[in-house]
Ligand binder design. Sequence first.
Ligand code: ZN
Length: 86
Amino acid sequence: MNARIIDLTGQTFGRLTVIAFSHINERRYAVWTARCICGAVVAVPGMDLRSGNTQSCHCLQRDRASIAVAARHQRQRELRAALATA
Ligand SMILES: [Zn+2]
């Protein structure tokens, strides 16, 4: 058993806050259960958290995509409103 586990409980990495130890994975790395600010709960290897590789449940990328979609919809609404009042 690998006893060298650094306790990350309560620590925050980007959007993720570690809430509990999850398990040791097949490569003998500690995997932690973390809650993202969007509410999603994900399992992330501790080394990915400490290295900064994983800073969200991937909602960062989703947010960027949905903001682009929302901006496009907003432009279409404005265009329709402009045509309706013309
Ligand atoms: Zn998230």
